[in-house]
Design a protein around this ligand. Structure first.
Ligand code: PAF
Length: 286
């Protein structure tokens, strides 16, 4: 079946089209992605489809959110397949800007959210969130969406974008869609494609640790973060003895502040390198 989906590579063309759609009172949803789409991304597009007249999906591997030791060059890409998948999920427009148009040689303006970017991911990837907020602000300015859909797997990113929306008065509603998991519980991620078939089963260690923590809270009434962290570390290392844990953090769901005692509003987030692949995941402990 032939799709009517438009692929736009030019920033002025995307801006012109967005303005024209807004003038016709059409609501626009933006689903920002870095491509190599999996079912998690497609669930965001499907959610957007239900909420707006037009769904714009951006596909852009944003160089400035990768640190010098990160996997920018190796990051998986497959534009043709992405475009087909976006069309099948109900997308109307794919916005695929070229890096040299997004960041021309004299580019010198960056958007920074302070405080909440200093912990968790920000501690281990100090330039990451500046890259994310800068590109998302640019996408907001070009696409002018009424709403934007992000995935809960990147929970801190959601908090940071929400802060930016409110601080910079973007008239945009942030929609957060649940994490989509593989059958064994591994959170879907483009980076899962790095695993060999022998390594892949070890990647469930994050989900297994989160489930263990949740059970200890709900079943046994454990409320000490240190006790949960110790057990989660054991679970991770029993599944993948070579895993490197960047952090296991217990924070308040609304403020991202660390908690001394687990409550119904506590979320546990973690980042772990499994066979060199850096994975993140999170779970609310109620
Ligand atoms: O979550 C991602 O894939 C990226 O951080 C985003 C939001 C598309 C910005 O590059």
């Amino acid at each position: 079946m032939k799709s009517n989906m438009k692929t736009i590579r030019s920033i002025p063309q995307m801006q012109k089209l967005a303005r024209a759609m807004t003038a016709q009172n059409m609501t626009i949803a933006l689903v920002p992605t870095m491509g190599f789409l999996h079912d998690g991304h497609l669930s965001l597009i499907r959610r957007a489809r239900k909420l707006a007249d037009v769904v714009v999906t951006s596909v852009f591997v944003n160089p400035i959110q990768f640190g010098p030791k990160d996997d920018f060059k190796a990051y998986p890409r497959n534009e043709k397949k992405d475009i087909k998948a976006i069309a099948s999920a109900g997308g109307d427009i794919v916005f695929v800007p070229r890096a040299e148009l997004v960041y021309p040689v004299d580019f010198q303006t960056f958007v920074t959210v302070e405080k909440i970017t200093a912990t968790l991911e920000g501690e281990f990837r100090p330039t990451h969130f500046i890259g994310v907020t800068t590109v998302v602000a640019k996408l907001f300015n070009v696409v002018r969406p009424d709403l934007a859909v992000f995935g809960m797997k990147d929970y801190q990113q959601v908090m940071v974008i929400q802060q930016m929306i409110s601080d910079l008065n973007y008239p945009i509603k942030l929609i957060v869609a649940p994490t989509v998991r593989e059958k064994d519980g591994l959170a879907m991620s483009s980076r899962n494609s790095y695993f060999t078939p022998r390594q892949r089963p070890k990647a469930i260690c994050l989900y297994a640790a989160l489930k263990q923590a949740r059970a200890m809270v709900l079943r046994d009434g454990v409320d000490k973060p240190a006790v949960l962290k110790r057990k989660m570390t054991q679970v991770i290392l029993s599944i993948c003895p070579t895993a490197q844990i960047d952090y296991i953090a217990f924070t308040d769901f609304d403020s991202l502040q660390p908690v001394k005692r687990i409550t119904r509003n506590t979320i546990c987030s973690l980042a772990v390198r499994v066979h060199g692949v850096r994975l993140i995941d999170n779970m609310k402990l109620s």
